[in-house]
Design a protein around this ligand. Structure first.
Ligand code: PMP
Length: 476
């Protein structure tokens, strides 16, 4: 067990929920944040919107340096699938610490067990033909590896990616990412990337309504890739997320995903599925592609592989693509034995505790609790899969993404003791990514906090809009 017990129970053992006293940041957090601002890069991101310094954490809870306790529905950006410091993962890492910590890409018992465990999570027909490569320890590095592999295997140079997608911040992964604000200031990006519309039906990229839609987004891709004048040479790969995470929790439409699989298979284009965020149980199946009934050629996985935040990243790919020469994708940190030991234990716990069943049940609970939000005027859509949920805010007058409102909801939730992230267009989506073993009680408390924060922020937005209309009726 960890020494830390943050369980907010009173003396009678009743759940008391999170505790936040005074303004945020508290005085101690403010000191850390000031020092961070002085010393660290201007590119720091999370603490700008979530202004706390974290002292310790356990399960779904974190305590800041001022003693405030928060429910954490960010969970290390989806890394902490079993929550902070799961005692059995801590034990597994601790046991491995004294044995071997770093192994480059030598075979070791810990790595062997990790590979075995990972392959065991794939359906038999995939398991038998997938090879695994250990990448540098980030999702972005694994994305780079996947693209390099497909380019090598096909001898082609173009890549198809999707608008709204996020694949990382390295130079190559960023080139595959939709986020223009990150790319704009960096000249000479990796060439040969072509963006196509994703099935983002709440904001249809083709401007269609549900009545007029026949999944035209995928048809557009089909036509572009089969038209001799389409402008895009046959690509080395199509890369996609099953649920766009950073893009605002946008589950790909079933027909969209299945037609892309059929198209890429017909044209001989490797399909790379980026499961960095969706993988390891987040959407209710081990990998999100399973739920779509497709088989990818390359799977990219990272975040939750160890379950405890020990970095590790892999690609698993069809052995037909295994064309790399020795040393084609090296990296010093590809042998994190602590991550391997934790990852094996995480899979054992996930099976033993039916954690994927919990993902389904808690997902339904969130859907049910958030269903009332659909009637709120500034809520454009509530959507999700498993334990990956998003609430999209939009101006009811013109439909524009309401990023500042999402920011207010995020701040309001934090003040009440809930950590959530934002994402999507103009950061207009509040995102929930609790640990996969989160309890019903924690979900209940978190949803109550979130609903309060939304109600407060929406009321303020409605009032502000009314005031603006009164001041300038022509403008409204
Ligand atoms: N792919 C996806 C789908 C992601 O969500 C992320 C990170 N949010 C990445 C790749 C990049 O992972 P990393 O930050 O570990 O480089």
């Amino acid at each position: 067990m960890t020494s830390l017990d943050l369980t907010p129970l009173d003396t009678l053992g009743r759940w008391t929920g999170p505790r936040v006293e005074g303004d945020l940041p508290g005085p101690c957090s403010a000191e850390y944040l000031t020092r961070q601002q002085q010393r660290e890069s201007n590119a720091r991101s999370y603490p700008r919107r979530l202004p706390i310094a974290i002292a310790e954490a356990s399960g779904s809870l974190v305590r800041d340096v001022d003693g405030n306790v928060f429910i954490d529905f960010l969970a290390g950006a989806g890394v902490l699938s079993l929550g902070h410091n799961h005692p059995e993962l801590v034990a597994a890492v601790t046991a491995q610490l004294g044995v071997l910590t770093h192994g480059l890409d030598f075979p070791t018992p810990a790595k062997d067990a990790f590979v075995e465990a990972q392959l065991s999570m794939l359906a038999p027909h995939l398991r038998d033909r997938m090879k695994i490569h250990f990448c540098g320890p980030t999702g972005a590095n694994a994305v780079d590896a996947a693209i390099k592999l497909c380019k090598t295997a096909t001898g082609r140079g173009e890549i198809v990616s999707f608008q709204g997608g996020f694949h990382g911040s390295s130079h190559a992964a960023m080139a595959l990412t939709g986020l223009v604000s990150q790319k704009r200031p960096v000249a000479n990006g990796v060439p040969g990337v072509h963006f196509f519309p994703y099935s983002y039906c709440a904001r249809c990229p083709l401007g269609l309504t549900p009545d007029s839609c026949t999944t035209n987004c995928v048809e557009y891709l089909e036509r572009a890739l089969t038209d001799g004048n389409g402008g895009v040479p046959l690509p080395a790969a199509v890369i996609m997320e099953m649920v766009q995470g950073e893009g605002g929790i946008i589950p790909g439409r079933r027909e969209f995903v299945q037609r892309i699989r059929a198209l890429t298979r017909d044209l001989g284009i490797p399909l790379v599925v980026d499961e960095v965020q969706t993988g390891c149980g987040r959407t209710g199946t081990w990998f999100a592609f399973e739920d779509y009934g497709i088989d990818p050629d390359v799977i990219v996985a990272s975040k939750a592989l160890s379950g405890i935040g020990a970095p590790v990243a892999i690609i698993m790919y069809d052995e037909k693509l295994d064309t790399w020469a020795p040393g084609a994708h090296t990296g010093t940190f590809r042998g994190n034995q602590l991550a391997f030991a934790a990852g094996v234990e995480a899979i054992r716990i996930i099976r033993r505790d039916d954690v994927l069943g919990n993902v389904a049940r808690r997902g339904e609970q969130i859907a049910e609790r958030l269903s009332t939000l659909r009637d709120e005027p500034w809520v454009a859509e509530v959507r999700g899969r498993g334990l990956m949920w998003g609430i999209e805010f939009a101006d009811p007058l013109d439909g524009r993404p309401a990023g500042p409102l999402a920011a207010r909801v995020q701040a309001g939730a934090l003040r009440r003791g809930l950590i959530v992230e934002v994402g999507g267009r103009d950061d207009c989506v509040v995102r929930l990514m609790p640990p996969l073993n989160v309890t019903a009680e924690t979900v209940e408390t978190a949803c109550t906090i979130l609903l309060d924060a939304v109600t407060e922020a929406v009321r303020a937005a409605v009032e502000a809009q009314l005031e603006a209309q009164l001041e300038d009726p022509l403008e409204a």
